[in-house]
Design a protein around this ligand. Sequence first.
Ligand SMILES: NC(=O)c1ccc[n+]([C@@H]2O[C@H](COP(=O)([O-])OP(=O)(O)OC[C@H]3O[C@@H](n4cnc5c(N)ncnc54)[C@H](O)[C@@H]3O)[C@@H](O)[C@H]2O)c1
Length: 241
Amino acid sequence: MAGAGRVAVVTGAAAGIGRAIAERLAKDGFKVAALDVAEQTGGRDITGYRADVSDRAQVDAALEAARSELGPLSVVVANAAVALQQPFLEMTLDQWNSTLAINLTGTFNVVQSALPDLVAAGWGRVVLISSSSAQRGAPNMAHYAASKGGQLALTKALAMEFGRTGVTVNTVAPSSIDTPSVQKKRDAGKMPSAEQMATFIPVGRTGTGEDIAAAVSYLVSDEASYVTGQTVSVNGGSFIG
Ligand SMILES: NC(=O)c1ccc[n+]([C@@H]2O[C@H](COP(=O)([O-])OP(=O)(O)OC[C@H]3O[C@@H](n4cnc5c(N)ncnc54)[C@H](O)[C@@H]3O)[C@@H](O)[C@H]2O)c1
């Protein structure tokens, strides 16, 4: 089986896309260390660890616990993020900094903390979960789009730096995925309904966490060893170009 008992770290795994990725990788045969700032339930081959990805000491402690309980780390999926909507001219420096701290520095923290295991083993997979917002922009989400754009550049830099170590680094860029946090925004009238969004999506539907998890499952497989530095856009055909 693809995972073959290897250990995969997934951040932001308590809900939404992260949860779907954790469940898919567990099904693929990985032992999953599920990191989240929120309380979470475990699952078959999923062990929960509480950590705020923007806090390096918490990340290091959670990964150290995962290593000693599950074994050396082989896969890192940096998925944890916040996505607040704030008009640019009203955005405070604190709001800008906290989005960058969680989405981009949080990615740095978890990838840098885990990477020595992958390099030492001569095999590893890093997948960052970015967003179509980095590819086409997003009004009222400048901090979010900038943080997600940072992940795209980080992917390319790390792919080149670690190309000869057996570690690949790729990004999945989702768009219009139905998750509980998206539903909350819909309920608050901040986003159109799934049906309205579907009319603008070429395949005629919004996406699911499982759609993203399927792409991640491929990128972390042995077969994907010649794929690195890439962005896989999982968006139903939106924003082709
Ligand atoms: N849903 C979409 O349509 C969509 C579109 C494009 C990109 N994305 C990206 O996909 C990823 C997941 O999105 P989602 O919709 O499932 O989000 P979500 O808000 O439903 O889940 C995010 C998870 O991250 C956790 N988290 C937040 N801050 C954290 C922190 N500081 N430390 C640790 N965990 C933290 C939350 O507790 C939550 O469990 C994000 O990176 C998001 O930017 C989502």
